[in-house]
Every structure is written in C-alpha cells, then in structure tokens.
Design a protein around this ligand. Structure first.
Ligand code: PAZ
Length: 311
C-alpha cells in the first residue's frame, strides 16, 4: 500500500475517539484465541451488520445502512458447525447467531405466564427457543463463540485492528470473513460538532470524507497470513462481478463474495483467482440457506490454503 494510504489510516486512528472498554475487549479476545489456537482449532472473525456514522460527538443523529446482520449470524452458525471458533464482531441490535428462527420480538411473543410464579414458552415457539438456547449455550460454553458489539465506524475499525493484530500469531489457521456493510464516508471526529446540530436555520450541508480503505493494511500489516474473504454489494447486477474482480486484485484478498441487494439471500458469486463460482441455497430443502453452501466452499478453500502454507 502507498504511504499515502498508510498515512490516512494512521490519521484516522489518531483522531478517533478512544475505544471504550478496550482492556476488557483485549482480555476476552486474547483468552479466546489462546484457548482455541492451543487446541489447534481454526479461528474466524465474522463481521456483521452495518456501521453508523455519527453527525455529532454527543451523538443524536447518525447515518446508517440497511444491513440486518442476517448473513453474519447465519455464517457464524455454519462456521461453528464446521469446527471453527468464531469472533463475531457485530453491530449492536442486529441479527444474532441461533436467533434467526425466533420471532422478531422474541420476549413478547415467545413467553406466557400461566400464573404469577411461572413462565412458559408458547407451544408454537418451543422448538425454536430450545434450539436457540441450547446451540448458543453450547457454542459459548465450548469457547467457540465470542461476541463483540460495535455501533460506529470508529468502534468497528478500531476493533477490527485489535482482532487482526491479535490473530497475527494464529497464522494461516485464522480467517477474516468481512460481511459487515462498512460506511464508505464519514464525518472526521475533529471536524464534527460537539452538540446536537441546531435545526430551524434552513438546509443542512455536511461534507463527508472518505473512510480510508483498511483492507490492504489488514492484508499486508495486521494479519498477513490470515485467509481473507471480503464482500461486495451492488444494486446494479451489471457492474457487480466487475467490481468484485477489481476488489480481488486491488486488496489481494483470497476471495470476494459478490451479492446483489435484492437477491442476496438466494445467490452469491464467489470471485477468486481460480474462477467465479455461483452459490445458491439447495432448492429441495425448505430450511436451506445460501450460507450452508457458501461456508462449505469457503472452509474447503481455507483447508487448501492451510495445506499450501505448510508446503
Ligand atoms: O446483513 P444482511 O444479511 O442484511 O446483508 C448482507 C450484506 C449484503 C451486508 C453482505 O453480504 C455484504 O455484501 N457485505 C458487504 C457490503 C459492502 O459492499 O459494503
């Protein structure tokens, strides 16, 4: 990466508000990595949901995006099933692993009180709640799942850097699966107003700066041996594959998962130097999701990468 790019990245971090509870995050992260890598388990960081861009330092308003976190949550479940330990870096309030089949407002819809001392799960939700609780508790108890929440672009990028740096010693057995929808534009902290933006004085002009691209620095400096999968979303299917192919070359990731907004739950294309593979969900299984086949493919590619790194 050019030193221009590195300078932008450094000044982004230098001017970011300090990450809250950094010591606590680092302690959890290092404990999780040590436990899993000493047992020879592969570790993946799955990023999920969208970052926000605050407009005020004492934030009242922000710019957000559409991402539900469904891809990241579903992928996490599949990675755990495939034997991985997952650091789930997710946007607060978005979809969680093992909760995808629960109703949107689980607490209000799932439970009932037959009397004042008992709480029961509605018969219609028993199976979904049982599976969610058991799978989530097993993943956490076996130290297979560490959940780390973020909200803003500042928190996300600082946490990604912490994780990547902590993954450095895991080498080729580590992976980044970057499904989060990360803001491309932001308001630099130093040029952001402290207090709530006043209304009543006409239209609001805000100048957004470009968020420095961190993928190259992740690949070259933070965790150069990690297997790295990035995502490309477009709304115009005509430019999708071209954009994904360009990202593959530019950021030197191992594959780019290309998806179009309206069909993202049915189909993705894995773009890599070995060609493009269309991945869909199995149409003969009603419960099937595209992530079942996607993660199978990514895990296979990761196995080949690990083998090749040892020769
Ligand atoms: O979070 P979700 O399931 O609603 O959507 C997933 C997705 C489209 C955010 C993800 O597949 C993706 O493409 N992430 C990268 C987006 C981007 O190009 O910034």
């Amino acid at each position: 990466m050019s030193s221009m790019g590195e300078d932008e990245v450094s000044s982004f971090f230098e001017s970011s508000p300090p990450l809250k509870k950094m010591e606590d995050i680092l302690q959890k992260l290092n404990g999780f990595i040590e436990l899993n890598s000493s047992g020879g388990r592969r570790i993946v960081c799955v990023t999920s949901g969208g970052t926000t861009v605050p407009l005020e330092q004492r934030c009242v308003r922000n710019i957000d995006n559409f991402s539900s976190g469904n891809r990241g949550a579903a992928s996490t479940e599949n990675f755990v099933k495939a034997g991985y330990a997952v650091v789930f870096l997710y946007r607060s309030g978005t979809c969680q692993p093992y909760c995808r089949s629960l109703p949107d407002d689980p607490f209000l819809e799932c439970f009932q009180f037959p009397d004042n001392t008992n709480i029961q799960v509605h018969a219609s939700h028993v199976e979904a709640v049982k599976m969610a609780v058991m799978d989530q508790q097993a993943a956490v108890a076996e130290a297979r799942l560490l959940k780390l929440p973020f909200t803003t672009i500042y928190e996300y990028l600082q946490m990604l850097r912490l994780i990547a740096t902590a993954f450095k010693d895991v080498g080729p057995c580590s992976m980044f699966y970057l499904a989060a929808a990360v803001s491309d534009f932001y308001v630099p902290w130093n040029s952001m107003t402290e207090h709530k933006i006043e209304s009543g004085s006409g239209p609001l002009d805000i100048r957004l700066a470009q968020v420095p691209k961190m993928l190259s620095i992740l690949r070259t400096n933070w965790a150069p041996q990690a297997f790295c999968i990035s995502f490309k979303l477009e709304t115009d299917s005509k430019i999708l594959i071209d954009k994904a192919t360009k990202a593959l070359g530019k950021y030197k990731v191992h594959a780019v998962v290309a998806n179009e907004l309206s069909t993202r739950k049915e189909e993705v294309v894995v773009v890599s130097s070995s060609g493009n593979v269309v991945v869909r969900c199995d149409s003969d299984k009603p419960e099937a999701i595209v992530e079942d086949n996607l993660i199978r493919l990514i895990v296979d590619r990761h196995s080949t990468y690990i083998k090749e790194s040892h020769t």
